[in-house]
Design a protein around this ligand. Sequence first.
Ligand SMILES: NC(=O)CC[C@H](N)C(=O)O
Length: 354
Amino acid sequence: MNGKLILEDGTVFNGKLLNNMKATGEVVFNTGMTGYQEILTDPSYCRQIVTLTYPLIGNYGIADIFMQSRKSFVNGFIIGELCDNGSNWHLETEISDFLTRQGIPCLYDVDTRAVTKHIRAAGTMKGIIVPEDAAKTEIDELFAVPIKKEVVSEATTPNVYKMENDGPHVVVMDFGIKQNILDSLHQWGCNLTIVPSNTTAEEIMNLNPDGIFLSNGPGDPKDIPDVIENVKKLIGKKPMFGICLGHQILGLALGANTYKLKFGHRGSNQPVKNLETGRVYITSQNHGYAVDEASLEGLPLKVTHRSINDGTVEGMRHTKLPIFSVQFHPEASPGPTDNTYLFDQFVSMLPKEE
Ligand SMILES: NC(=O)CC[C@H](N)C(=O)O
């Protein structure tokens, strides 16, 4: 069945609809060459319509071990060629079956590079996926659906749970965490207690943590003021490490500002410079917001990492307290695993075993 993506500014891109499903959401693009399952199941994409620039999607199928969360949180998926005869020794499900089972509207056979070039020029915007013959009233109704702002409560864990280990006790504030981050912290020896996003500072301190981790997650960090207030109360109590949304939350809690980027950074091929060593790393990223460097003036925060593409802040650390954060995803390996030194850095701040 033929379908189309209509952007808020009226631009139309044609394709084919995998299922007869419609979608509304903020249209974003990811430039990675692999990792479509990780993208589909990363809760940071909650309620967005994700376009992939890589032209062939599905060629290595879907497997349980690559799931980043309990389900896919995206509102829609826009791709070039949909490959439904994947080949890989891990393959358990073809991508079309996965998308159907997860109820994800998918528009394929789309010129996704043209979509991306348009968004790069015009900025991220709302869009809808509809069948080719959708009536005007139907289109108007879909555009009238507001983009839900606070989405962390949808993505966080509903319950406290543990991933036990022999090392330091880390309380993980889950704002929509990726499984790879939990696995990395666990692999680095941390004994993890994962708590929902609305857990209070008092409740966290009652768990007697050695360190606190602030996770990635969806949406604008300014849409979760209660979380920011809560994190403020934890500053100075324990070593802290934040990734992506966790980095933005730390920034706001420490008095900095955040803002929306024109079209975000999404892909596993984003170069970042570590300003303290001068080394450049290829990183995996997925963010639409950033910490405003000018707002750090006068605060006890130092920029430690910078995007090579646009110069924006990709990491910072507190000048007096054991607190640091990165905007990119050090747990994801866009080929090399060079960025895992950040987990060493966090664990080295935590008390050693007796
Ligand atoms: N991956 C993330 O944690 C994303 C953070 C935030 N939602 C952003 O888009 O900037």
